[in-house]
Ligand binder design. Structure first.
Ligand SMILES: Cc1cc2nc3c(=O)[nH]c(=O)nc-3n(C[C@H](O)[C@H](O)[C@H](O)COP(=O)(O)OP(=O)(O)OC[C@H]3O[C@@H](n4cnc5c(N)ncnc54)[C@H](O)[C@@H]3O)c2cc1C
Length: 331
């Protein structure tokens, strides 16, 4: 960390799977590289939404959990020792007189760079919070907004608030592990994949609809009981819980990057076949980049990243070719 005023060849905004593989490839092209990530950890949507899901559509890897894939990508990214900055959202962009860029993070920290590769996905991810008095003090304790470790819920009474795809998935995943699962949802209908919803309805889970989680009660550091209100009758039940898992959706937003003067197309940043945006020296790869027949898959981003790096390299050193470099000849 630190080194904020050193001039980097490339700064990758976003430490998701595509940002990580892009950082590795920057090292292949001998570019001084920095990754800036908003979350306190690497891995983007994979770490945030599905660390324990098995991914089966990456060439050469028949099956791998999200967590393992990110572990391997982080290891690969560190081959050439890039600077990794966590917990910072890049908000400001300034083009200096010498053509380099000065980026500013939400906390005021500055980052000086010759080129930028946007690997921001659809933006920063923030879970919608449980909107009841005093809930925030239980965050990071037994009030959770995601499932990091299934084992955290072993033999516990888990109350899940929410009725979307993830809430249904979590309920089904936790049923064999937890002592009991209660699902509270404000509508009668759940949304998501029909088979998963049928499995949940047929399971031993207690389903409370149309109900809302109305209040949390507990000691200093743990929720012990919750009030759950039927929104049609206003009847309230008090339920003893060990863990409360909230899935009220999330916000995903590019934030101030939308004001940088980049050209957008279908909500994402328009790039050409070199992954060049409309601003010279700024490239994009992964979910944020848009072009004809764009594939929103990790495998697609693994090709776009190196293309963006090769373009950034020839932007800095115009005599360098855009040709691919093979790792087999590099090491
Ligand atoms: C539930 C689910 C299941 C999926 N399953 C699969 C699958 O099986 N196979 C597959 O190929 N794809 C799958 N996908 C899609 C895949 O996750 C995405 O294509 C992939 O994560 C895109 O990677 P990325 O690095 O471009 O973006 P992301 O993973 O979104 O990472 C972008 C990172 O940039 C950070 N960031 C954003 N803005 C800023 C900023 N201003 N400053 C600093 N950091 C910033 C974010 O915090 C984030 O960590 C799935 C997606 C979901 C939601």
């Amino acid at each position: 960390m630190g080194n904020e005023m050193k001039l980097y060849d490339v700064t990758i905004i976003g430490g998701g799977p595509v940002g990580l593989f892009t950082a590795f490839y920057c090292g292949m092209r001998e570019m001084e590289t920095k990754i800036i990530e908003f979350l306190p950890y690497l891995g983007g949507k994979v770490s945030y939404f599905y660390p324990e899901k098995v991914i089966r559509d990456i060439g050469g890897i028949p099956a791998i959990t999200g967590e393992k894939l990110i572990g391997q990508l982080a290891e690969q990214a560190q081959t050439f020792d890039p600077t990794i900055v966590l917990n910072q959202q890049v908000v400001g962009l300034e083009r200096l007189k010498d053509g380099t860029f000065m980026l500013t993070s939400h906390n005021g920290e500055k980052h000086h760079t010759r080129t930028i590769i946007l690997a921001t996905g659809f933006g920063t991810l923030k879970s919608a919070k449980l909107d009841v008095d005093g809930a925030e003090k239980y965050e990071g304790r037994n009030l959770r907004y995601g499932v990091e470790r299934l084992s955290d819920f072993k033999d516990k009474h888990v109350l899940i608030s929410g009725g979307g795809n993830s809430a249904v998935d979590w309920a089904n995943e936790l049923l064999p592990i937890a002592k009991h699962v209660t699902v509270v949802h404000r509508r009668h209908e759940f949304s998501g994949i029909e088979r998963n919803i049928s499995n949940l309805r047929k399971s031993t889970a207690t389903i409370m609809t149309p109900h809302v989680l109305d209040a949390v009660h507990g000691e200093e550091d743990r929720i012990e009981r919750v009030s759950v209100k039927n929104i049609e009758t206003n009847d309230t039940d008090i339920i003893e819980v060990d863990e409360v898992l909230v899935n009220h959706g999330f916000c995903i937003d590019l934030g101030p990057i939308k004001e940088w003067g980049l050209e957008f197309e279908f909500g994402n940043i328009k790039v050409d076949s070199k992954m060049q945006t409309n601003i010279k020296g700024i490239f994009a790869a992964g979910d944020v980049a848009n072009y004809l027949n764009k594939l929103h898959l990790i495998a697609g981003g693994f090709s776009e990243g190196p293309t963006a790096v090769n373009s950034a390299k020839s932007y800095i050193e115009p005599k360098k070719e855009l040709k691919p470099i093979y790792s087999t000849t590099h090491f």
